[in-house]
Design a protein around this ligand. Structure first.
Ligand SMILES: Nc1ncnc2c1ncn2[C@@H]1O[C@H](COP(=O)(O)OP(=O)(O)OP(=O)(O)O)[C@@H](O)[C@H]1O
Ligand SMILES: [Mg+2]
Length: 1228
């Protein structure tokens, strides 16, 4: 009954059977109570499963710490899934192909060359203990070698496993190890010879099968002899060569390699006479339809080389090859049936294969043909020949071939052994057994039976060995223990080899002439049905089942008897024995002939064919041993030999059938584990105390579980015993030996669990303290770090802030400077633009002004010239007309007067009167002349008349009305100077005649005075006037010339003005003009008469600067100021005020009317400013020069008017700015 403690807890992992993976791991999800029908599990893929509990709980998984252990026996739970899992984990995850399982080394075929067999690895393992290094075939070999050297005891390596599992490879590695570490004593080539035996043995004993391309078709035991730990030689023993392969190969399989090697090298000169061709053309090599090997020709070279190393001469090799070629030709001999019923057969004499066969073996064709188709029957007293059927003949041919090959193989082994034999013998040996493992196919025949029989014997040896070892261990440790469940396979072996066992019955059947498989089967059933290891299959066929240790195997009985008999056609063999070929004869030496050297036989010469020698008596007359008997005997010898050695087991595992590298097929591996006895070892181990620890190991491992009280001084053993008593309680669960403590299965896992919990608790405590300490330390560090960080961060922030402030300030300064630069640049640009604009505008205005002035000047000149011309032409015309009229009139008057005078002349009165009148007239004329002279002087010498006219240009005397002071009537006349002169003359005349006369009309009076004297007078007057007129014209011409000079001066002045262009020049000019004005005003001011401008109204609205190009722009201001000065002079303040108001109003009107006219506004602004300036200069004392103060206005106080003018100036200025803006904007 399971103890409560062993019930799997929740979370524990178990193995459950699986059809694909064989075993699957699962986790228990609910606590299992005793009696529960199901176990609740969670599979690895996450699915839930209610696993039914039938008889026992599923096996528990080992703790993780044990997974991947080197030695499977160290597993706490020793069962199949644990072994399988460990092997899989090691093989797939760690690529570890070797694992120990107690005394067994499990080797999984990697199907991939691994770099673990180099010489360095050999020396790495040499001299090391088994547990020190990773599991390896070298470690096992080293163990065997060490034990042999230490104890002088023979050792053996028993390598078993399925076909293709790597037995031969492992055997070769072991041999290499021994030859490497053992070296060779005396004969240095022995090492080479030992290794050279492998290619020779493989060429003759290996063939390609579906399971293995280089399958050993025989069992081999090679015993390597040692003396003083040095290799001295070796002996090879072979078991049960598969001879049937010589005559038959299954599909995709081949015959023995040597045949293909010979066929592939048929072209070699030394093989020319053997009649070899392609392997596909020989019956014995083409049946598997797989003739191509890796490189058969090269392999023959290796074989021949190995032969040479082994001391087999070339001639013997060639002879051997000719026998092998003869076997191939034998298979090609065509045996034909004589009739349809198959009775009788024959071989054509011209059969080529027969010819080749006989030629190669040196035997007669006729003999061969005869004994192929007949058999000799010996009865009591007589002998006769029986004709064989075709099939019998074919069987006989094949039996001969098989026998021949068997003999060849035997000879080859004997030659190898001879080569490896050491003359001095050996003291100790290590045997390597490379033997087929347990086989269980669908169709199992005689071969499988023998193989499994051998494995059964080996397993028994193994069990005994394991039991013995176990027992030794327990005895050594003084532990009371018995194998309760020791599985002994002796009954099974008894069934096979015991008295009346399967083999006995078979041999009996073989001895019987009518013996058959069927009768043998019946005998088996009768004899053994009661045996527990024997069963009869349910199917009605001749078969039987043997319950082997590795499982039940069903054997089909057919072929058993014949194979066991191994009938040899004696007559044919006799022919071969009598062959000319010495080697052939040697091959067929019968057992017991003794070792007759080939050389001696050769020297004795060929024997006669068909004449059997004394020794070659027909075997039927001798007691020929059956195959099974031979095998049993050799097996027993082997067992004896192995029994006398210390065995070491290597179990080779084939991980998959596809020969794929590192692929693990759990199902196939489990099959092999079961078959090769690994699980049996485990079962035996698990039945006892599988886990063994020395007290020190246990103490070291489980020190954590030992309490303080249990630590009794330095006595580890006692401490362990006390602790185990407390921990495991049940004494049957463990045993304390002398140096070791033994545990039953599962106890180590339990202790591991306890240790894990204790360590976990301790760890938790430690972790708690450590974490606390770490946390505190970390906190301290973090705090310090934080403070440091804060300090640095604050410093950094402060520095950053300072830098930021510095940068901001710098940015502000930069901005300021930049803005200043930009503003300055913009200002300078604008200023430059404004200056440029101004310069251009001023230039333009000046040029315009200049052009205007030039045009004006030219117009004036033209006007003057034109007007002069017009005036002159009109004057001339008028004068002409007047003169004409005068002349006409005077002629008429003169005529009339002449008539009158003629009439009067006729009277004295008249003469008197005339005389009187002439006197008066002379006086008048005299007066008039004087006056004229005075008037001419007055007009001609007037200081201002001509310059004023010339200054005014076209507005001279012709346009301006000339007021004549004095008489009102006369003052209203408007006349030219010339007319005026005429008028004056006429007036003088009229005055002379009296006012009444003058009013009555002068012409009539002149007419009246038309005397010749008068006429003369008149003529003279006219002449004078004409002269005067011409003089005047001349004077006018002079005037014109002077005007031209004046205009030239003006032009020069303008040029001068343009040159100066400066305010200073203008001001200077203005000052000069002012002074001139002043002088003029003063000159005029001396005259008491009012200034003509004062009394006239100035049309301000029409006044434009262009209208008087030569004049100053401020001329109106000067004129107004002159008027004001005049009013001041006259002390006429009201008049001055009204003049100023009128001027201000007029300017305002002009400003209003011409608000958009820049020039007008500028003109009147200049004039307003100028007037204001004049008023300020001359209206007050402060700040004036002495000269200005001397000429200041004496009587007028025009301050209020000055303010009005100031306001007007401001208005004008604003208006000017607006206008300028308007005009400049589009330009800008
Ligand atoms: N340790 C190994 N490392 C690499 N490859 C290996 C190893 N062991 C075996 N092999 C491969 O497996 C093949 C079969 O091995 P081997 O011939 O030794 O099998 P076997 O057990 O002797 O089979 P059989 O019983 O048919 O003779 C070898 O040819 C080799 O390719
Ligand atoms: Mg092999």
């Amino acid at each position: 009954m399971l103890s409560t403690r062993l019930l799997p807890p929740r979370g524990a992992r178990v193995w459950i059977p699986d059809c694909v993976q064989v075993w699957r791991a699962a986790e228990i999800t609910r606590d299992y109570e005793e009696g529960d029908a199901v176990l609740h599990l969670c599979l690895e893929d996450g699915s839930m499963l209610a696993y039914p509990i039938e008889s026992q709980l599923p096996p528990l998984c080992n703790p993780e710490c044990l997974s991947g252990k080197d030695d499977l026996v160290a597993l706490s739970y020793l069962h199949e899934p644990a072994v399988l899992h460990s092997l899989r984990v090691r093989f797939l995850e760690a690529n570890a192909i070797y694992t120990y399982c107690g005394i067994i080394l499990v080797a999984i075929n990697p199907y991939k060359p691994l770099p673990i067999y180099e010489e360095e690895v050999i020396y790495a393992y040499s001299g090391r203990e088994m547990g020190d290094m990773d599991p390896h075939i070298f470690a096992l070999a080293e163990e065997a070698y060490k034990q042999m050297v230490r104890f002088g005891k023979n050792q053996s390596l028993i390598i078993s496993g399925e076909s293709g599992a790597g037995k031969t490879a492992s055997a070769k590695y072991a041999m290499r190890y021994f030859t490497a570490v053992g070296g060779c004593l005396g004969d240095s080539s022995m090492e080479e010879k030992v290794l050279a035996s492998s290619p020779v043995m493989e060429a003759f004993g290996n063939a390609k099968t579906t399971r293995n391309d280089n399958s050993s078709r025989f069992g081999k035991y090679i015993e390597i002899g040692f003396s003083q730990a040095r290799v001295t030689g070796a002996t090879i023993k072979t078991y049960l060569l598969e001879k049937s392969r010589v005559t038959f190969q299954a599909r995709a399989e081949r015959n023995y390699h040597i045949f293909y090697q010979l066929c592939a090298s048929a072209a070699l000169s030394e093989l020319q006479g053997l009649g070899l061709r392609g392997a596909e053309t020989f019956h014995y090599t083409c049946q598997g339809r797989c003739t191509a090997g890796t490189d058969d020709a090269a392999d023959l070279d290796s074989t021949r080389h190995a032969f040479s190393l082994l001391g087999v001469p070339e001639a013997d090799q060639l002879e051997l090859f000719s026998i092998l070629a003869a076997i191939l030709h034998l298979g090609d001999i065509a045996i034909r049936g004589r009739d349809r019923h198959g009775d009788g057969c024959f071989v054509e004499s011209a059969d080529e294969a027969l010819g080749q066969f006989c030629t190669l073996l040196g035997i007669e064709e006729a003999q061969v043909t005869r004994w192929l188709c007949h058999r000799k029957l010996v009865t009591a007293g007589e002998t006769y020949l029986k004709l064989l059927s075709r099939q019998q003949a074919l069987d006989s041919r094949d039996a001969l071939a098989k026998h021949m090959y068997g003999q060849v193989f035997k000879w080859m082994v004997s030659r190898v052994n001879r080569a490896l034999r050491s003359p001095e013998g050996h003291h100790t040996s290590i045997g390597i057994l490379d033997i087929y493992g347990f086989e269980m196919f669908e169709f199992n025949s005689f071969e499988q039976f023998c193989i499994n029989y051998a494995n059964e014997k080996l397993q028994q040896l193994f069990n005994l060995h394991v039991f013995k070892l176990e027992q030794e261990d327990y005895v050594t440790e003084e532990i009371p223990w018995v194998f309760v469940d020791f599985c002994d396979n002796q009954p099974c072996i008894e069934l096979i080899e015991g008295r009346l066992g399967i083999l006995d019955l078979l041999n009996e059947e073989c001895k019987m002439p009518q013996g058959s498989d069927g009768s043998w089967a019946q005998k088996l059933y009768q004899t053994h049905l009661g045996s527990s290891h024997f069963q009869k299959p349910k199917r009605p066929m001749d078969a039987f089942i043997v319950c082997h240790f590795a499982g039940k195997v069903e054997y089909q009985c057919s072929g058993f008897v014949e194979k066991n008999r191994d009938t040899i056609p004696e007559e044919l063999v006799g022919l071969l024995r009598a062959s000319k070929s010495a080697l052939l004869a040697e091959l067929f030496l019968e057992d017991g002939d003794g070792a007759v050297s080939l050389q001696s036989r050769r020297s004795s010469g060929p024997r006669l064919p068909g004449r059997p020698s004394r020794r070659s008596l027909p075997s039927s007359q001798r007691s020929k041993k059956s195959i099974s008997s031979q095998f049993r005997a050799s097996l027993n010898r082997l067992m004896e030999m192995l029994g006398s050695t210390m065995p070491h087991y290597v179990r080779c595992i084939k991980p998959n059938d596809g020969k794929l590298p590192f692929v693990f097929d759990s199902r196939r591996v489990v099959e092999q584990l079961r078959a090769c006895g690994v699980l049996e070892t485990i079962r035996i181990s698990a039945a006892g105390y599988p886990s063994r620890w020395t007290y020190q190991e246990f103490f070291d491992r489980y020190r954590a579980l030992v309490s303080r009280e249990e630590l009794v001084g330095a006595d580890v053993k006692q401490s362990c015993s006390l602790a185990l008593g407390r921990l495991l309680q049940d004494p049957s669960k463990y045993q304390c030996g002398k140096s070791k403590v033994f545990f039953r299965a599962g106890q180590v896992a339990y202790l591991e669990e306890l240790r894990y919990r204790r360590l976990r608790a301790a760890c938790t405590l430690l972790q708690r303290h450590l974490r606390g300490w770490l946390a505190r330390r970390r906190f301290g560090r973090v705090r310090a770090a934080v403070l440091c960080l804060q300090r640095h961060a604050r410093g950094l922030l402060a520095r950053r802030l300072a830098a930021m402030l510095r940068r901001s300030r710098a940015a502000v300064v930069l901005q300021k400077t930049l803005r200043m630069v930009l503003a300055r640049r913009s200002y300078l640009r604008t200023r430059r633009a404004a200056v440029t604009i101004q310069a251009f505008a001023r230039g333009m205005f000046a040029r315009r002004l200049y052009q205007q002035m030039v045009r004006h000047q030219k117009a004036v000149v033209i006007q003057a010239a034109v007007r002069g011309w017009l005036a002159r032409s009109r004057y001339a015309r008028l004068r002409g007309a007047v003169l004409y009229l005068q002349c006409c009139y005077r002629r008429a008057r003169a005529r009339r007067e002449l008539q009158c005078l003629r009439a009067e002349a006729r009277s004295v009165e008249h003469y008197k009167q005339l005389h009187k009148g002439m006197e008066i007239k002379v006086m008048q004329l005299q007066c008039r002349l004087d006056e004229q002279v005075g008037a001419a002087a007055c007009f001609g010498t007037s200081p201002c008349a001509r310059p004023r006219w010339s200054a005014r240009g076209s507005r001279g005397p012709t346009s301006e009305p000339c007021q004549v002071p004095g008489d009102d009537t006369a003052s209203s006349w408007v006349c030219t100077p010339q007319q005026g002169a005429c008028c004056v003359s006429l007036a003088v005349i009229m005055t002379a005649r009296g006012p009444g006369q003058a009013r009555q009309g002068t012409p009539a009076r002149l007419g009246d005075s038309g005397s010749p004297g008068a006429r003369r007078l008149l003529a003279s007057q006219l002449q004078e006037e004409k002269q005067q007129h011409e003089e005047e014209v001349e004077g006018l011409h002079l005037d014109i010339r002077s005007l031209k000079q004046l205009s030239q001066q003006q032009a020069a002045l303008i040029q001068d003005l343009q040159r100066h262009q400066g305010q200073e020049g203008l001001q200077h000019h203005v000052v000069r003009l002012k002074e001139e004005n002043w002088v003029r005003v003063r000159e005029q001011g001396s005259d008491s008469s009012p200034h003509p401008i004062v009394s006239c109204s100035i049309p301000l609205g029409n006044y434009r600067p262009q209208s008087s190009p030569g004049a100053l722009p401020e001329l109106p201001a000067f004129l107004l100021f002159l008027c004001l000065r005049h009013a001041d002079h006259c002390r006429d303040e009201p008049r001055a005020r009204s003049l100023l108001d009128a001027a201000i109003n007029a300017i305002k009107r002009v400003m209003k009317k011409h608000s958009d006219d820049f020039e007008v506004v500028a003109l009147w602004l200049a004039n307003t400013c100028q007037l204001l300036n004049c008023l300020r200069q001359y209206g007050q004392d402060e700040g004036n020069t002495a000269r200005q103060s001397a000429h200041r206005l004496q009587h007028l106080d025009l301050q209020s008017a000055g303010r009005s003018l100031g306001a007007l100036a401001v208005q004008l200025y604003q208006q000017l700015i607006r206008t300028a803006e308007k005009r400049l904007k589009p330009m800008i």
